[in-house]
Write a protein that binds this ligand. Sequence first.
Ligand SMILES: Nc1ncnc2c1ncn2[C@@H]1O[C@H](COP(=O)(O)OP(=O)(O)OP(=O)(O)O)[C@@H](O)[C@H]1O
Ligand SMILES: [Mg+2]
Length: 235
Amino acid sequence: MAETAFRTKALTKTYGEGAATVHALRGVDLEVPAGEIVVLLGPSGSGKSTLLNILGGLDRPTDGQAFYRDQELTAMTDRQLTRYRRDHVGFVFQFYNLMPSLTAHENVELVTEIARDPMAPEEALRLVGLSERVDHFPAQMSGGEQQRVAIARAVAKQPAVLFCDEPTGALDSTTGRAVLKVLTDVNETLGTTLMIVTHAAATAELAHRVIHFADGRIRDVVTNTTRKTAEEIHW
Ligand SMILES: Nc1ncnc2c1ncn2[C@@H]1O[C@H](COP(=O)(O)OP(=O)(O)OP(=O)(O)O)[C@@H](O)[C@H]1O
Ligand SMILES: [Mg+2]
């Protein structure tokens, strides 16, 4: 039996009050086995980012519980959540959030300097195929290259969990495929649990498990028996 990375119980998130109330999450019960690639699919506004942000310790629910292994995230103080993020979690967002005044190497170093057991920045950049670009600034790189720097930065701290919100959203199919290849490599070589939110249904083909989300609820969880590689998926 695989260990469980995440578990949620009746997770609820509500914004606003009265007539303006938005139900972002309406009671989510979820279990994510450690070491899996989990893809979250669902319409815009269905609560995918909200769920990811709560599991990543960036946001808190209105009600319900969330656990990372045996630690209850929903019972943590802000300081404990910060520590949880620093020690266990990496994030990759659609827009890369790189520091424009720093090189690729320096952008990665920003994270490895404060991580507990980091890789060398050169090693992380090599993993994403950017050994030739370590001294380039973001403005000197393509969108896909910048996204790969963002992945190198997230991976360099060797997090147990990597959250990706639309990691290929701004990329063409070839570059998107290269980025997905890096992510699946990280899952295989480091055993990192990956939670990927995407609108690109093709990404689901390389997941171990696909969660279909709609209107703040899980509609369906599908275990993928015929996983494809990044090279094989239909974009
Ligand atoms: N800070 C906020 N204040 C009020 N409502 C919010 C806030 N953040 C999110 N929402 C609402 O919560 C719902 C879920 O938002 P969420 O960002 O989780 O959706 P999503 O599935 O990630 O959508 P997308 O695919 O467009 O990124 C939406 O209806 C959104 O408008
Ligand atoms: Mg979103």
